[in-house]
Every structure is written in structure tokens, then in C-alpha cells.
Design a protein around this ligand. Structure first.
Ligand SMILES: [Zn+2]
Length: 316
């Protein structure tokens, strides 16, 4: 039986550290910080695996410190769950094999340098001016989008980012065997992104999900395929796992997977119906969904509707 989740005493402005079991730890982002996402690590006895590396080098440094303080060891492997910047910026601090799918490597090599070039071209007072703009922005949707974009820009400008793509590519599931436990590294093609990876610690019933799970918020579907996301969510619901570390949001259980599934199924039914009636998918409101979703933030909900407008039309 899994040990009760325990919050650990570890000082970080960016994340709260939880012990999930004998050997599994989750770093859950604190709200309104520059952390970017959740990560975690597992101690297999003779090997430490770090799952994702955040949006910010300061946070990644805290994570390395946490690994060393808690396990007395240094990381041996890093997993990149997928290519999105909020999960991979800390890569450059790890001089160990960084495991990912080919599509993740290609996307990091393509998009991160492009982003860095664009950022370098920004005027010195860009951040300051953008902050002022956000303050006076009346349209709440614009305001949220600008705030989200600024979070990324500020982080990437803050440090000298060296593009560090994964250097150990896997195209099939692998097992990393340790003295005391094994980690199952599973590939999931094109669900949240083109090359997703999850990490399962079977004997502790814990699954590190990357962005295949968003908890207490709408899951972002615009970079992958919602049908495949439904399939993997259903598959995991049938397996014997108890705790799921989402890419964003609190430590989760199957209740959260079910909620994600419910949202995906509902939004697809509503969107397809609107398409049939020649109505815009972009106009769908949260109030069109079930009661559970009414308090969730609408930023990603709107992004998803924009994405579905194109995605479902292309499918017809
Ligand atoms: Zn993502």
C-alpha cells in the first residue's frame, strides 16, 4: 500500500515538494510564480531519474538541490515528457542522458532557437512596457493571454539559455532497472504533443504524466490530438495506478483523470454538433459544459475551442 503523501520541508519560492512513497517525489508549482510546470524525481536505489526540468533555471537549480538533499545522490537521467518550453528549460543544468522521443528533440531544436532569436530582438524596455499594457488592458481575454506570454518571455530573458535537446532518443517503451525499483518509461504518440512520454513506478502505483494530465483546469489540446488523449486517459483509468503527477495542478487521482475525460468527451460532442449546425465552435461557453467545470479558468478553454474549430473541420 502506498505511503500517505507528505509535504517535505524544503525551501523553494517556486515549488512545494511532496514525498509520495518511499522513493517518489513531486515538485508541485506554486501559484503565480515563474515555475512553469510540475516535475518530480524517483530514487531507484542506485539511480535517480528526474522527470521534466521546468521553465526557469532558478527552479531547476532548486530541483537539483532537492534531489541532493533528500537522496544524498545526484541525478542519473532526465526525462523530457514533451517539447513545450515550460518543461525543458532546465535541461542545460544536467550533464546526464536526457531521454525523450525523436519528435520532442526535433521540436526543441526547431522552436527554442527561433524563440530565442525573437526575444533577443525585443527592445530593452519591452517587459516594463508590456506590464503597463497589461495593467491598462480592459479586455480580460487579452489580459490573460498577455500575462501568459509575458511569463514565458520573462523567464527566457532572465538567463542565458543554451538550447539543450535530449540526447538519448527512444522510439519504444523502456524500463530503467534499479536496485530497489524499476521505472517504466512509456511513449504515447501524439496525444498532448507529437512525442509524449509518461513514467510509471508500478510497485508504488504512481504515474508521472507530464501534460497528459492537467488537474483542476482545462487540459490543453491544441498541440496534439484530443482523440488520442481520450484513448490514453481511458487506458490509464483501467490500470492499477493510484496517484498521478500532472503537468499542471495538484497531485491527482483517478477522479481527476475521469474529469479530464469528461471534459474532452463533452467538448467534442458539443463542438461536432455545432459544426453540423454550421455554428462557430469558438462561441462555445463554459456554461455549455457540466457543473464540475464552471469554476475553471477559461483561458485554455478558449484556446482549445479555437483549435477545435480548425481540427474538426480538417477531419470532416
Ligand atoms: Zn505541454
Amino acid at each position: 500500500m502506498i505511503a500517505k503523501i507528505k509535504e517535505l520541508k524544503f525551501e523553494s519560492d517556486y515549488f512545494t515538494l511532496f514525498k509520495l512513497a518511499n522513493n517518489c517525489y513531486a515538485a508541485i508549482e506554486k501559484e503565480y510564480t515563474l515555475t512553469g510546470s510540475n516535475t518530480g524525481f524517483v530514487d531507484l536505489g542506485d539511480k535517480i531519474i528526474v522527470f521534466d526540468t521546468f521553465l526557469n533555471l532558478d527552479v531547476a537549480k532548486d530541483l537539483i538541490k532537492a534531489v541532493e538533499e533528500i537522496t544524498g545522490k545526484k541525478p542519473d537521467f532526465v526525462i523530457n515528457s514533451h517539447f513545450h518550453t515550460d518543461h525543458i528549460v532546465g535541461n542545460q543544468l544536467f550533464d546526464v542522458p536526457i531521454i525523450a522521443m525523436e519528435q520532442t528533440k526535433e521540436s526543441i531544436e526547431k522552436y527554442l532557437p527561433e524563440t530565442m532569436i525573437k526575444l533577443k530582438a525585443l527592445p530593452d524596455d519591452f517587459v516594463e512596457k508590456r506590464r503597463e499594457e497589461i495593467k491598462s488592458e480592459q479586455d480580460q481575454d487579452n489580459k490573460k493571454n498577455l500575462e501568459n506570454e509575458l511569463k514565458f518571455i520573462e523567464n527566457l530573458l532572465k538567463h542565458k539559455i543554451e538550447v539543450t535537446p535530449p540526447n538519448k532518443i527512444i522510439n519504444e517503451n523502456i524500463v530503467i532497472e534499479g536496485k530497489e525499483a524499476n521505472a517504466d518509461i512509456e511513449i504515447v504518440e501524439n496525444a498532448h504533443s507529437l512525442g509524449d512520454i509518461i513514467m510509471k513506478i508500478a510497485d508504488q502505483k504512481i504515474c508521472f504524466m507530464g501534460d497528459l494530465l492537467f488537474s483542476d483546469q482545462f487540459t490543453w489540446i491544441g498541440s496534439g490530438n484530443p482523440h488520442n488523449l481520450i484513448d490514453i486517459t481511458k487506458k490509464l483509468l483501467q490500470e492499477d495506478y493510484e496517484y498521478f503527477i500532472p503537468g499542471h495542478g495538484p497531485i491527482s487521482t483517478k477522479k481527476d483523470l475521469k474529469l479530464q475525460l469528461k471534459y474532452l468527451e463533452e467538448i467534442l460532442v458539443i463542438a461536432k454538433q455545432r459544426l453540423k449546425e454550421n455554428k462557430s465552435i469558438k462561441e462555445i461557453q463554459i456554461s455549455d459544459l457540466s457543473a464540475e467545470f464552471q469554476d475553471w479558468d477559461d483561458l485554455v478553454f478558449k484556446w482549445n475551442n479555437n483549435f477545435l474549430e480548425t481540427f474538426l473541420k480538417a477531419e470532416e
